[in-house]
Design a binder for this molecule. Structure first.
Ligand code: SF4
Length: 246
């Protein structure tokens, strides 16, 4: 794939905001961050849920079959660790299933992609889930494994959810009524009413970050101690193993 600094998505912007060297490593140099047990588990669970939503009407055994098919083996130190995480993910999905049965929702889209032009950039993204709300509105939901705690304030202030809400509005012409994190390890949905007045600040941040990305401004560093590539990065100021769950 050709490196295109005019194509932005949340992950690129997040990487640059976390550390310009992290952005350069992943997107300009096109090197890959090694999977960890937690990132691999999260991806496997996300893939299972996406496959389940793509074929509505299935039961728990269908969901667990999707999980087995979607399981990623990379990122685990030993087969035993892989098995422990597999079982952990299965429990998360069983709990999610019970929650979904008790709280039925009209899922409109799963893994829904969007793209819209913004000044000189193209903004892209993929949304975990979009539910129908009363009154012609939709709720935008992002699944989180929940290794780190989430609050309503996190949801309201999320750059990711704000950017996705703009994508739903501009690219898919949907009216967003609420934005939410679904914390799978709860399981719990943390939902807040969507406030469109935050769009201007979000797009200002996109523009400012996009300009710095175009200039490949490397005038600062992020927090190396929590960085996923700190053992690989030549600029790293911390080489020890990442903390669990980071
Ligand atoms: S190790 Fe430090 S300098 Fe390197 S990408 Fe990570 S945060 Fe940036």
């Amino acid at each position: 794939m050709i490196f295109d600094p005019f194509e932005l998505n949340y992950s690129k912007i997040r990487a640059y905001l976390d550390c310009p060297f992290l952005y350069r490593y992943i997107y300009a140099e096109r090197r890959f961050t090694p999977p960890t047990s937690f990132s691999s588990l999260g991806l496997s669970v996300h893939r299972a849920l996406a496959r389940y939503h793509a074929a509505p009407g299935g039961d728990l055994s269908d969901l667990l079959a999707h999980y087995e098919d979607a399981w990623l083996h990379q990122g685990y130190a030993t087969p035993q660790e892989s098995m422990e995480f597999y079982n952990r993910g299965a429990r998360v999905l069983e709990d999610w299933w019970l929650h979904f049965q008790a709280n039925p929702a009209q899922v409109m889209y799963s893994e829904k992609s969007f793209e819209f032009p913004f000044e000189k950039w193209r903004i892209k993204g993929t949304i975990d889930r979009v539910d129908r709300m009363p009154g012609g509105l939709v709720e935008l939901i992002d699944y989180k494994m929940g290794f780190e705690g989430k609050t309503g304030g996190d949801v309201a202030g999320s750059l990711q959810l704000s950017l996705y809400a703009i994508g739903l509005s501009r690219a898919l012409k949907l009216k967003v009524g609420a934005i939410a994190y679904f914390v799978l390890t709860g399981p719990a949905k943390i939902s807040v009413p969507y406030d469109p007045s935050a769009e201007e600040a979000t797009l200002n941040l996109v523009r400012e970050t996009g300009e710095k990305i175009l200039a490949l401004d490397l005038s600062r560093k992020g927090k190396c101690a929590r960085c996923p590539i700190r053992k690989l990065c030549p600029e790293s100021e911390a080489q020890e193993a990442p903390p669990e769950g980071s």
